[in-house]
Design a protein around this ligand. Structure first.
Ligand code: HEC
Ligand code: HEC
Length: 213
């Protein structure tokens, strides 16, 4: 298959998902990157969506580009050149941030790490929620549920896991668009728990004694 960008419907997480949903393999089957070994769900893999997440943040909105932060200008003798050592801007706050933000270095670094710490906490919660869904599916399967019967649950796994992965595979730990990252993880947690509840309900029903005729 030739390489493609999944951007035909837009750059937001649900727009990329909608594109994948409509994309067909040559045999007519809808797109998936891999099948989950334990549940059988057809899941998607986010491929380092830095550009996509950045596009939803206030820096993009204000016209601040990747290079403004990651390749800031510096003076070398009489010349002004861009830094080609593409690295964490937090190692170079003076050139990367203070040209626009007139705050001390420590304050700017603290703002960035506060965003990242909150994102990390929410990411861990989303991971726990997804594990809850996976365990509930395993238990439902053990009590006799088939993948066809669990189709709606596996769809929730695909949605939740796509969202979790979108933020986890993005390397700024939420910094590029904090509120958008939180929105995506909020949806991931909700969908994972919805799937978990549905799988647990299936198992509870399966363990009831057969109703007498
Ligand atoms: C407003 C400044 C800013 C802009 C604009 C920005 N970034 Fe970042 N980026 C950061 C910060 C801050 C981090 C977190 C660095 C850290 O945790 O040490 C980061 C992290 C990253 C990382 C992980 C780097 C590492 O060392 O782990 C990548 C990759 C990245 N950004 C790519 C991009 C791309 C691609 C764009 C444009 C589409 C972009 N960034 C736009 C500030 C920015
Ligand atoms: C080219 C200018 C520019 C650069 C470089 C820049 N910023 Fe910004 N930053 C802005 C603008 C503009 C805003 C939006 C302010 C507003 O609209 O109120 C902003 C907003 C922010 C916010 C609020 C974020 C939010 O989502 O609400 C933080 C935190 C921030 N910047 C930190 C940084 C850090 C850390 C760096 C360096 C890694 C950096 N900025 C580099 C221009 C810049």
């Amino acid at each position: 298959m030739t390489l493609f960008y999944p951007w035909a419907k837009g750059l937001k997480v649900e727009e990329i998902e909608a594109f994948y949903q409509s994309f067909r393999f040559p045999d007519g089957h809808r797109f998936f990157d891999w099948k989950h070994a334990e549940t059988g769900a057809e899941v998607l893999k986010a491929q380092h969506p830095e550009f996509e997440l950045w596009s939803q943040g206030v820096h993009a909105r204000s016209g601040v580009s990747c290079a403004d932060c990651h390749m800031p200008y510096q003076r070398v003798g009489a010349m002004k050149i861009s830094d080609h050592w593409v690295r964490s801007p937090l190692l170079n706050v003076a050139n990367a941030c203070q040209v626009c933000h007139r705050f001390p270095e420590e304050e700017l670094r603290a703002r960035a790490t506060a965003i990242q710490d909150r994102n990390y906490q929410l990411l861990q919660r989303a991971g726990q929620a997804l594990l809850g869904l996976l365990d509930a599916v395993k238990a439902a399967k053990a009590s006799g549920a088939t993948e066809a019967q669990l189709a709606a649950v596996l769809e929730l796994q695909r949605r939740a896991q796509w969202r979790l992965d979108f933020v986890a595979a993005e390397n700024s730990m939420g910094f590029h668009a904090p509120q958008e990252a939180a929105r995506i993880l909020g949806e991931a947690i909700d969908e994972a728990r919805q799937g978990q509840i549905a799988a647990m309900a299936w198992r509870a029903a399966a363990s009831q004694p057969a109703t007498p005729p």
